[in-house]
Design a protein around this ligand. Structure first.
Ligand SMILES: *Cc1c(COP(=O)(O)O)cnc(C)c1O
Length: 343
């Protein structure tokens, strides 16, 4: 199977499996897991933040990120197709007690000029806006990347008004690879950032939330509250360390493969996509012009050994990662072209 559903399907590398088997472990709720302590310290260093806390999932890292930056009843601004809005089971409402005020964009990238009019005015009639959330790269807009200057301006203006900024950096290493800038530079001004170790970076599980030491201390209590305080997690941290240190250098290859898919798919009659917009590992294309139905296309693709799913309407999404190589991507495109060929 050539599995292009998501970069979450990556399996741990041989090096990860070896490191996991021999990892030194302890009880992490007591702060005594040496491998986890190393992972969190190393991550803080790489991101240039004071501290980091590991979470079992990216959704939990984001939920905690929203929680530690807000008070019950606040408003949070995010893009309309943000992961926190579409795919995290309303945890902003359910756990944080906050309302998401969303902004529609063409490419997933917010700017301060779009954010400012959405701030709720101070006074007796409105709940305060206290947090801006940015998703980098933006999943449902096709892995789009924030320019560093855009993040800087948003953070400066937000901070001037006493607002915080959280980055959903599930794929921030893809953003860093795409613009060839260290992650620390991308996240320098945000208050908190989450990052997934288990997507393109390949760890079997785990994300991190990074920020100031006092914020991360608070985050640790929230993690326990959510049932995310785990014990001998050094086994997972050992894989996480390799994901963090070694795998980012492989991401440019994923991006080249995504670009190849975008180019090939754009040549299929009836498919619409702007290949120039594909700069990371996510390829979203629209098959409306083929008259085909995404569910039926998925089913036929799967029968022929390729997994690509619909993401609503007539759009479909292919995501590249280290478990598919260039030849796999070429083959997947040939099969897709056959499946979509008018008969
Ligand atoms: C995958 C993802 C997450 C976290 O997902 P989990 O499956 O909970 O690890 C968060 N944000 C974005 C943009 C994602 O793509």
């Amino acid at each position: 199977m050539i599995d292009l559903r998501s970069d979450t399907v990556t399996k741990p590398t041989e090096a990860m499996r070896r490191a996991m088997a021999s990892a030194e472990v302890g009880d992490d709720v007591y702060g005594e897991d040496p491998t986890m302590n190393l992972l969190e310290a190393r991550a803080a260093q790489i991101f240039g933040k004071e501290a980091a806390v590991w979470t079992p999932t990216g959704s939990m890292a984001n939920t905690i990120g929203l929680k530690v930056n807000t008070t019950h009843g606040d408003e949070i601004i995010c893009e309309a197709r943000a992961h926190i809005q579409d795919w995290e089971f309303s945890m902003a409402g359910w756990f944080c007690g906050c309302l998401l005020r969303t902004i529609e964009t063409d490419d997933g990238i917010l700017t301060w000029d779009r954010i400012e009019p959405k701030l709720r005015p101070d006074g007796p009639h409105c709940s305060p806006t206290t947090l801006v959330e940015l998703e980098n790269t933006h999943n449902m807009h096709g892995g789009t990347v924030y320019p560093v200057a855009t993040i800087g301006r948003i953070c400066d203006e937000a901070h001037d008004r006493g607002l915080k900024v959280h980055m959903d950096g599930a794929r921030v290493f893809n953003a860093a690879a795409a613009i060839d800038v260290p992650v620390a530079e991308i996240t320098a001004k945000v208050d908190t950032v989450s990052v997934c170790l288990s997507k393109g970076l390949g760890a079997p599980a785990g994300s991190l939330l990074l920020g100031r030491a006092d914020t991360v201390a608070k985050a640790r209590r929230m993690r326990k509250r959510l049932g995310g305080g785990m014990r001998q997690v050094g086994i997972l941290a050992a894989a996480g360390l390799i994901a963090l240190e070694d795998i980012p250098t492989l991401l440019p290859a994923d991006h080249e493969n995504a670009r190849l898919i975008a180019d090939r798919v754009s040549e299929i009659p009836g498919v619409s996509i702007d290949p120039a917009k594909v700069t990371t590992n996510i390829v979203i294309f629209d098959i409306a012009g083929t008259g085909a139905n995404p569910a039926a296309v998925s089913q036929e693709l799967k029968r022929r050994g390729v997994i690509i799913n619909g993401i609503g309407g007539t759009r479909m999404r292919a995501v590249t990662h280290y478990d598919v190589n260039r030849a796999d991507c070429e083959e997947a495109c040939e099969i897709l072209a056959e499946v979509l060929r008018p008969n």
